[in-house]
Write a protein that binds this ligand. Sequence first.
Ligand code: CDP
Length: 221
Amino acid sequence: MSPSNISVIAIDGPSASGKGTVAQRVAETLGFHYLDSGALYRLLGLAAGKYGIALDEEVRLAELVGRIDIRFEGEDIWLDSIKVGDELRTEEAGAAASKVAALPLVRAALLDKQRDFCRAPGLVADGRDMASVVFPGAELKIFLTASAEVRAERRYKQLIGKGMGANIAALLQDIQARDERDMQRSVAPLQQAPGAILLDTTALNVEQAVSEVLLHYRAKK
Ligand code: CDP
């Protein structure tokens, strides 16, 4: 459990809602640490491929969590001393992440790794279950969402910006499939946690969304 004197801002929401960008900016503004919990599930999906483990082998995957070494350094992420590049951000990595994320033993095995990020002066954590499971005592809980169409456009721009190929119709389908899987799973399903503030960013840009989160945070002080 996170130490109660450390401020945690939990930002949960569906795929491509922009929560990663917003969470990072909020963390920078406040001088807080940042946890991209989705990256852990994405990394595990990649590691599974590397070690020849199928994405539904729950026990072996949970055991793999204990064996792999994951390091975050600013924008850079290292898996077993190898720097991970843009392969982490592909739709394939996202889909693999969503499959391993549905396995209860995997989620349990990743809990401590996530809570280790909770260090002074504070943490902004983004994911699906930050407010409900990982940091239930978070000082501020935000559920950040946007329409599926706007989210597909955002993901499109993000992939094109990284020089990757993308197709809006396929992205929309992928986002809807991932929403469905994330909301229907039995363990830590994607949902607005009790006490979480709903922030619909369909008509908001990043700066406006960041300001909203900061306003809510300062209102708590
Ligand atoms: O934003 P996007 O959904 O593309 O990716 P992400 O946040 O990196 O998460 C990838 C996948 O990991 C999601 O589709 C979820 O299934 C899973 N995930 C989760 O189950 N719990 C979290 N706290 C974070 C991500």
